[in-house]
Design a protein around this ligand. Structure first.
Ligand code: BGP
Length: 497
């Protein structure tokens, strides 16, 4: 029988984001970003997302008053990629990565966001990163904005709520695209564009109590509207100056009805649409009718310039990228039902799935369902740019004078998801460009700001308080993934035959 494997040219790799990975937060001329003021939640329930995502002015002032504090603001140190990039990329090269997803810290290039000129030292850092990637024939996949707006834009302009931020963002886009266009073939405009709703501070630079007199939902959708226009303008520019492909990036929240009661099925359908409305807007280039209905019914009035809708229509994305970690259930009547956390959401627990320590329920079949749904809906290539499992781990001697982690749970998670995506490609005819696991190297978690929620193939010796050597160690999954890439998936897909 013919060996199963992924189509030739499948882009295997891993993903990171500057705000959680890069560190060097006050070096090389970098300015403050909103992420540098994101406080860790070591003292609260890590499953209680609602409280964690509301950032007030006093929180930002407190953070700014303590520029030396990297304990409570762990994104300031991240995994210190800023000083380890050569070593890290060499390890990715050793694993045979075809693609590496990372983001460019906006405040490293424009320290305040509204500066006249870019920071040359910041640009040089990414020149170096890209040069290293080239050495190992690794394609860069760049997220232009991943939770990193310059803090100054939040304080001076209310960031994405203010239309002027489109212009500031486009300066950043012009500078980075001009600089790196010869070496970059894949760009994503905004990470999880929908996350404005769940963490408006990190995504949109929106500080809750600066909008006391406003309709908060209107603030969020207005800010998102500015991002939709900015994304279309960025796509236009990238297409004008290069052959690169541009993708949107969606948090793929997959909901099942808790029962076959029609009301539960309807509830699940509504929730799924509430997720799809963002990719619908970026792929079809227009607001879907059901989102417009919501605006109408809730009295949300967006301020638009005459050409906004034309711009959105004229420059939709080329492909759809998304994150997928787990699935959840929903019911019309939730009384007496157990809940659990997912990626910045809380929903009904699925009795058939196992949850991680953070409550996220692993569900490889849900990935196949998600791929099929997205492809049927859009008929454009898909790219899984985040998928992984956060686990607590321990370093143990590797018997060769160094250390390792026996991360069997990661390996099991990847096996299940790789098989599911193969079925989606092979059986269901989905056009899938590639797969970048989250995160290929341990980094600070977004939702809880913990280092101990470890995703990587590579362990970073640093704890939740920032203590450690920041040395890198290969986990057991390092060789596993190396083999997956070398065999284009065959090592997993044929293991039972
Ligand atoms: C996605 C984000 C990432 C990320 C990941 C895992 O939503 O794009 O930035 O970190 O989820 O979430 P967490 O870090 O909270 O475990």
């Amino acid at each position: 029988m013919e060996k199963k494997q992924f189509p030739a040219g499948f882009l295997w790799g891993g993903a990171t984001a500057a705000n959680q990975f890069e560190g060097g937060w006050n070096e090389g001329g970098k300015g403050w970003s909103v992420a540098d003021c994101a406080r860790s939640h070591l003292d609260t329930d890590v499953k209680d997302y609602a409280k964690q995502n509301e950032v007030l002015m006093k929180d930002v002032e407190e953070a700014m008053a303590h520029p030396e504090d990297t304990v409570h603001y762990p994104k300031r140190h991240g995994s210190d990629f800023y000083h380890h990039y050569k070593e890290d990329i060499a390890l990715l090269g050793e694993m045979g990565f075809k693609v590496f997803r990372f983001s460019i810290a906006w405040s490293r290039i424009y320290p305040n966001g509204d500066d006249e000129k870019p920071n040359e030292e910041g640009l040089k850092f990414y020149d170096n990163v890209i040069a290293e990637l080239k050495k190992y024939h690794i394609e860069p996949l760049i997220t232009i904005s991943h939770y990193e707006p310059p803090l100054h834009l939040a304080l001076e302009y209310n960031c994405w709520y203010n239309r002027r931020t489109i212009g500031f963002f486009m300066n950043f886009v012009h500078t980075t695209v001009d600089r790196y266009k010869d070496d970059v073939h894949y760009w994503l405009t905004f990470n999880e564009v929908d996350s404005m709703i769940r963490h408006p501070y990190t995504t949109g630079g929106l500080i809750r109590d600066r909008f006391k007199d406003h309709n908060w939902d209107e603030v969020i959708f207005q800010s998102m509207h500015h991002q939709f226009v900015a994304s279309a303008l960025a796509t236009k520019y990238i297409h004008e100056v290069s052959d690169a492909k541009v993708g949107c990036m969606l948090t793929k929240l997959t909901y099942y009805p808790y029962s076959c009661r029609p009301e539960d099925v309807l509830e699940a359908q509504q929730r799924m649409r509430a997720t799809y409305c963002y990719s619908d807007t970026q792929v079809f280039g227009e607001y879907p009718s059901y989102l417009l209905a919501r605006f109408r019914n809730e009295g949300i009035e967006l301020k638009m310039e005459p050409d906004d809708l034309k711009i959105m229509k004229a420059y939709p994305v080329d492909f759809i990228s998304f994150s997928y970690y787990s699935s959840s259930c929903v019911a019309k009547n939730t009384e007496g039902l157990q809940t659990t956390a997912g990626n910045t959401v809380t929903a009904i627990k699925n009795p058939y799935l196992k949850a991680s320590e953070w409550g996220w329920q692993s569900d490889p079949t849900g990935l196949r369902i998600s791929l099929v749904d997205l492809y049927d809906r859009y008929r454009k290539p898909l790219f899984i740019v985040e998928n992984g499992l956060g686990e607590k781990e321990e370093l143990v001697p590797d018997g060769k004078g160094s250390y390792t982690v026996n991360d069997d749970a990661h390996i099991a998670y990847y096996k299940g998801h790789i098989k599911a995506m193969y079925d989606a490609v092979h059986e269901d005819g989905v056009d899938l460009m590639g797969y970048t696991s989250w995160a290929c190297i341990d980094l600070v978690s977004e939702s809880t700001k913990q280092m101990s929620k470890r995703y990587g193939f590579i362990y970073v010796d640093c704890d939740d308080y920032g203590n450690g050597t920041y040395n890198r160690y290969k986990k057991k999954s390092f060789d596993f993934y190396k083999e997956v890439i070398a065999t284009n998936g065959a090592s997993v897909l044929n293991e039972d035959e």
